[in-house]
Design a protein. Sequence first.
Length: 116
Amino acid sequence: QVQLVESGGGLVQAGGSLRLSCAASGRTFSSYVMAWFRQVPGKEREFVAAISGTGATTNYADSVKGRFTVSRDNAEDSVYLQMNNLKPEDTAVYYCSARRDQDNYWGQGTQVTVSS
């Protein structure tokens, strides 16, 4: 079992920045691919960014490329999402996920609201 706790969400004006954090439990954090997803009410959850276990490989949705950066600290069992130049359409609940083989875990989410 892996427990994930997100933090760092809030209200920010368009053009501003936020840094989301996700703290994970467990001793094998580095074996999990970590990812961020987001969801707006009434819509499906969508992929935002992912990072490999070592941190060597990252992947981003086209809508956030060049603005968001995913990183991880395996010594701290944490993954981060630095979000710059935020837009109103980035408003959503952001979820952290941990995936390894058939196992997939989710956090409870943190709200990000970008005002215009």
